[in-house]
Ligand binder design. Sequence first.
Ligand code: ADP
Ligand code: MG
Length: 615
Amino acid sequence: MPFRSFSLLTFVPMDESIDVRASLIQILPDAVANQIAAGEVVQRPASVIKELMENAVDAGATLIEVIVKEGGVAFIQVHDNGCGMSETDARLCFERHATSKIRTSEDLFDIHTKGFRGEALASILAVSQVTLVTRRKQDPHGTCIRAEASTIQVQEPTAAEPGTSFTVKQLFYNVPARRKFLKAERIEMRHILEEFQRIALAHPGIAFSLYEDRKAIFRLEAGNLRQRLVQMFGAPLNEKLVPVSEETDLVRVTGFLVKPEFAKKTRGEQYFFVNDRFIKSQYLHHAVNKACEELLPPDTFPGYFIYLEVEPSRIDINIHPTKTEVKFEDESMIYAVLRSSVRQALGRYHVAPSLDFDQETAFQFPSTKGSGPVPTPEIQVNPNFNPFEKKEKGPRQPWETFFPDEQIKVPTQAIAALNEEEEDETPFRFFQLKQHYLVTSVGGALVVIDPHRAHERVLYERWMSLLMEETAASQQTLFPETLEFPPADITVLEEMMPWLRQLGFDIELLGISAVVIRGVPPEATALPVRVILEEVLQQFLHAPSSLKQQKKELLARSLAGKMAIRNGIVLDTAEAHRLVKDLFKCKMPFVSVQGKPIVQEFTMADLDERFLQRR
Ligand code: ADP
Ligand code: MG
């Protein structure tokens, strides 16, 4: 029996024959404990690549070479020309919580390295066979260590160049349950590529190469960021880049945007780095997206490579075990700076030539250096300010200001008329002003409708009623589609799943990081389902609410906003007619989901009044 058992409570008899329940708790042997802990750090071959590459970066290497075989499951080697390790350190580095990067708990608030937990190598060794060859420049010879399953088997001096080389073989060979869950070689390779690219993009000053077996996938020379991007993504990217740069006391923003006209239909290159560490942030993404939204062709995603530098004490990189999330102390200010720097970049490089950016450059950020509480920012970011909005010139006024006292006027005549003639056989006449406003006459009144808001309202009310009914909606079948999401997003999706089903999404969880979708509601067929779900996730991540009813409303609202037809689309007669009819069947046909007017009605009396030019 390998387990030690004991009891801290003296009155509990230790004799198992008396009561077996007395010692149910066992202390796990180190090898088992290490294997369990390894699960946190090492999920797949790509996690090993990430940890080893980061160690090489921390070791000050200027050249890092990665070799993988069979999707990294059989073989991973990471070779660097960094500082190397002494004989003692070469042994120590495999111990759990063995690190040269922090010493006291205060150091935790001033992290300048990739690693600091001292658990990566211990975790890797718990689930694979490792060979380490390392040498410091000042040492006459290097050290070679062979180890597997948490035990060092051979340690001997060896001839070696200065630097370090880790070889990791047969990942999860001793944990069949985990090995079974690895995906096909191609998929594991894709994850490896992703990690490799993230680290290589974070450090353009370091030369990196990646080999799959003997085939070179990447050979990236040291250079500046633009050179790195071009080497990684190809020469055509060069002309599509717009530099971003902004510096405040709080944060320095550098990097590039992909010109909106080249935005991709699928989520393309979207990279944020904070202090040279790749991170994911829906919040920051939202800032960039908002800043260039108006310039993006419909249904495309912005591309960007944005680097933020913040004082390490002002961020917490420790909230996620695989460390791709960051918590900022001054999140909303970083949001504002980022958004403004993206707008300025677009304006400065004439991507949007006729824009007025004065308001954007007037930011004054309070100094955040030194101790003491951070003062509340003095700037007020107007969330509705939009430099891309064309200013109305001349005597024309926006529709809303026609009735200054009653911004949202109830189109009483139109409603009455529509309710009467349910099955109207007369041909529907309308025209669309600038592919936007739908102008028609209903019940003797001139009616102007905003099609997007109208459709959004129709969808919202339809879905709210489905969500209240608690009966499954019909659905269309499509080829099952599997979408991967980060586990955090999956938890949100999981909560919404019953509601999504009520709306007609045939959706199911698949493990901890994917969903499979077999059907969508008919209204949702125009957009890729990933786009729809991402929109919903974005809304939920930014407007957390604990109330079920509010969540349902948010779901219906975000789906409606995303799926409603866009202004700028020409409607045919049938579509326009359907929309108008559906709209006037709504409970609140004249107020948009966002509280803006949907319909403006000009009765004969209104028109007469204008023509008579009273006053
Ligand atoms: P951490 O990176 O969090 O410190 P690791 O388990 O990844 O923990 O590494 C443990 C220690 O081993 C590091 O702190 C470092 O001192 C040493 N080490 C690991 N890889 C290298 C390397 N490539 N070159 C030099 N030293 C290394
Ligand atoms: Mg490390």
